[in-house]
Design a binder for this molecule. Structure first.
Ligand SMILES: Cc1cc2nc3c(=O)[nH]c(=O)nc-3n(C[C@H](O)[C@H](O)[C@H](O)COP(=O)(O)OP(=O)(O)OC[C@H]3O[C@@H](n4cnc5c(N)ncnc54)[C@H](O)[C@@H]3O)c2cc1C
Length: 380
């Protein structure tokens, strides 16, 4: 599979892996469980060069590359999941501006995001609108030079720490009562409140926002009125495959830990790796991981080539890699026996960290709907 990557991409992969093991792993040990993005993590990510592939060169990035976004997430997610979340959100909140921003918006926001000077987020989900985006209730109403936004956004990652975000809200018209529009919002705008810091099963900066007469200048409208749904889906098309990459990184860490443990743990007078019941689990993990890697890289390569099949491949990669990683990590706990469920064990942490990946950016069931829709739509 590596032969599909260019020499430059392989060099970037090596850079990400070195960053993960030499810089991020010690920081992860120091910071431990966090539900925000501390300054040290901000600085570490800003200096890592990993934000580069999320942004075009003209705006401070190293050139948009789905392959490199995936390689970065694969390298860091198994080492420190909160760092992966921050990186992913920089993409989810930045890519809509790359896609739909006008020149002023791009110049104002993208270089600071690419440099990690500002953190951003992506606000789509609401209490009554998860899988069903059409159920969004948050609304924007034009008022002079502003739009006034009222409503709530739930499960917003990076939400506590982000300095800005992109929010998708209803802007209904008589012809299009469900029209969505996107806006760039900035912390400090009166009417934007963090209403609930949600505590998850694993470390995650995640909140519910309340927008109470949030006044957003008209120049912060991102793309045309009514263009929000398409923009949100295009953004998810890019980032979904990278969720698969993060899952892949977590699964690989679990497999490596299992191999180490199975070699050293002795029962019945021999290393447990010599029992077929254990070694088969390692083999099954390797198969799941290699298949996931192929699907993730393939989806990313298609995306970078603007292949129209990239969207289908992105859902396939996300679905397979997240489900496969969950299986691997569950098996890794089994290989570790009781030591696998001790709080603080790496595989115990991974078990909690992998679970939300099967839910966010479209649940496994929603990926199946997307994949099936693609198949049914395809001409014979
Ligand atoms: C850790 C985490 C981080 C997140 N970060 C963000 C973020 O930064 N920004 C953001 O906007 N959102 C974010 N989300 C929200 C996430 O995208 C939603 O949780 C997800 O889309 C599912 O929506 P829901 O939770 O409302 O579940 P629901 O949509 O209520 O689904 C509940 C169950 O019903 C199933 N279901 C629903 N509809 C169908 C259907 N048509 N066919 C079959 N089954 C169906 C689902 O698959 C699921 O099993 C995050 C969520 C989590 C857990």
């Amino acid at each position: 599979m590596h032969s599909l990557l260019s020499q430059e991409d392989l060099a970037f992969k090596a850079h990400c892996e070195a960053f993960a093991s030499q810089t991020l792993a010690p920081l992860a040990k120091k910071l431990g469980d966090i539900n925000d993005v501390p300054q040290e993590l901000r600085t570490c990510l800003a200096e890592s060069g990993l934000y580069g592939p999320l942004f075009p060169e003209a705006y401070g990035g190293t050139g948009l590359s789905a392959v490199r976004i995936c390689l970065a997430r694969e390298a860091i997610a198994g080492v420190y999941a909160p760092a992966d979340t921050t990186l992913a959100m920089q993409g989810l909140g930045g890519y809509p501006i790359v896609l739909a921003g006008n020149e002023d918006q791009k110049k104002k926001y993208l270089p600071k995001l690419a440099a990690g000077q500002r953190l951003t987020t992506f606000c789509l989900t609401e209490p009554e609108a998860g899988s069903d985006v059409s159920a969004i209730q948050t609304r924007a109403v034009a008022d002079g030079d502003h739009f006034v936004i009222n409503g709530r956004k739930r499960f917003i990652s990076n939400g506590f720490s982000a300095d800005m975000g992109v929010v998708f809200v209803k802007t209904p018209t008589a012809e299009k009562p469900n029209a969505l529009s996107a806006f760039i919002i900035e912390k400090g705008m009166p009417g934007w409140n963090v209403d609930w810091r949600i505590e998850l099963m694993a470390s995650h900066d995640i909140v519910e926002f309340e927008f109470n007469n949030l006044r957003v200048p008209k120049e912060n409208l991102l793309g045309p009125v009514g263009g929000g749904f398409k923009l949100a889906m295009q953004t998810l098309d890019l980032m979904r495959m990278s969720v698969g990459a993060a899952a892949l990184g977590m699964a690989r860490t679990a497999m490596e830990r299992s191999i180490q443990y199975a070699r050293k743990r002795v029962q019945f007078g021999q290393q447990i790796s010599k029992f077929q019941g254990v070694s088969f689990k390692l083999a099954e993990m390797a198969v799941d991981i290699e298949a996931a890697q192929c699907l993730v890289y393939l989806a990313a390569i298609k995306k970078d080539r603007s292949d129209p099949a990239a969207s289908l491949s992105s859902s396939i990669a996300k679905l397979h890699a997240t489900e496969a990683a969950f299986r691997c990590i569950d098996q890794a706990i089994q290989v570790h026996g009781g030591m696998g469920v001790v709080k603080g064990a790496v595989v115990e942490r991974l078990y909690r960290e992998i679970r939300p990946l099967r839910v966010y950016e479209g649940t496994t069931e929603i990926q199946k709907l997307i994949i099936a829709n693609h198949l049914i739509k395809q001409p014979k």
